[in-house]
Write a protein of this length. Structure first.
Length: 314
């Protein structure tokens, strides 16, 4: 029997929102807060805030890694970024914040991993997929780049086997008529599926597939039809999980309102390859507005360990 860990942040105007939060579920439908809804980890380096998480379990050692965007709006938007999203995009961090753990409750000190060079803008929204062809890990993210016109963001990737050394970044996916952000890749039966947000034409989330982790990817048109009734420009940060019954659950981060109305909304699919997802709000419950994160399947033993751990009260 599997359970689920959601690593996420909370959209608050205070610095405690842009830290590491955990949510837990026994079925993937009904979620509960960890540590009484307080952060389980804090960022003390870089921008001193973190957003847009991914978590992975290393296959050979079982070690866990959290990667996150190194960004604090609570501090930085008022300070070095002068209330400008453009300045964040161009001058934001070239690092990712990283934590490591052997047991999901005892975590290393935050470290910064620099994957961007002077050609990149801010590195946003990392995600990690194990590449079974190459037996390594592909870390991918969105960023503007000097050789990509109109300030569009593209999806770039780097490879690693040990999460200590990383290959030079390469292009994973670009869209000719708009930027793309928030890539999330999953593998099922040897096929790789990538959810990604198109920033325009359409300003919605897309689903693509490939025989290889780094592409080339082709669009699944049936998914576009499922998203047709959703308003543009207000859903992003797709994250998905294969449930124990074989169905897929996709979560989209709704940011179309201010305050408590923000958070993830769920969609269920019988078959990810068909691309048909049905919105299923009534089947799910969340204690508060989970924001841009990733779900990791865990054991019931790991669930109990996280739930019962005495977290430090920062």
């Amino acid at each position: 029997m599997q359970a689920y860990l959601f690593v996420h942040f909370r959209e608050k105007t205070t610095p405690d929102g842009e830290q590491v939060y955990f949510g837990l579920s026994k079925d993937g439908f009904h979620w509960e807060e960890v540590n009484n809804g307080r952060p389980v980890l804090w960022a003390y380096y870089g921008d001193k805030g973190v957003r847009d998480f991914t978590i992975t379990r290393r296959k050979d050692t079982g070690k866990f890694y959290i990667f996150a965007t190194d960004l604090s709006l609570a501090y930085g938007m008022r300070n070095q970024y002068h209330n400008s999203w453009y300045e964040i995009s161009v001058n934001g961090s070239k690092n990712f914040s990283v934590w490591e753990s052997d047991d999901l409750v005892n975590w290393s000190e935050q470290r910064l991993v620099k994957l961007g060079d002077e050609n990149f803008g801010c590195l946003w929204a990392p995600d990690i997929i194990f590449d079974s062809e190459n037996e390594d890990y592909v870390i991918h993210w969105s960023s503007p780049h000097k050789d990509y016109p109109n300030g569009f963001k593209g999806i770039y990737y780097s490879r690693t086997k040990d999460f200590e050394t990383f290959s030079k970044p390469e292009v994973l996916y670009r869209k000719e008529d708009s930027g793309v952000i928030d890539s999330a890749i999953y593998e099922e039966n040897g096929t790789y599926y990538m959810f990604v947000k198109s920033e325009d034409k359409p300003a919605k989330n897309l689903l693509l597939k490939s025989d290889h982790a780094t592409g080339p990817y082709t669009r699944i048109e049936a998914f576009d039809e499922c998203m047709a009734d959703l308003a543009p420009h207000v859903y992003e940060a797709p994250t998905a999980v294969r449930l124990e019954n074989g169905k897929w659950c996709l979560f989209l981060d709704y940011y179309g309102v201010r305050g408590a109305g923000q958070g993830y909304v769920p969609f269920i699919s019988e078959n990810i390859d068909e691309g048909k997802f049905v919105r299923s709000d009534a089947s799910f419950s969340f204690p508060y507005g989970f924001k841009h994160g990733t779900i990791l399947t865990i054991t019931m033993e790991e669930y109990e360990r996280i739930k019962n751990h005495q977290w430090d009260q920062e």
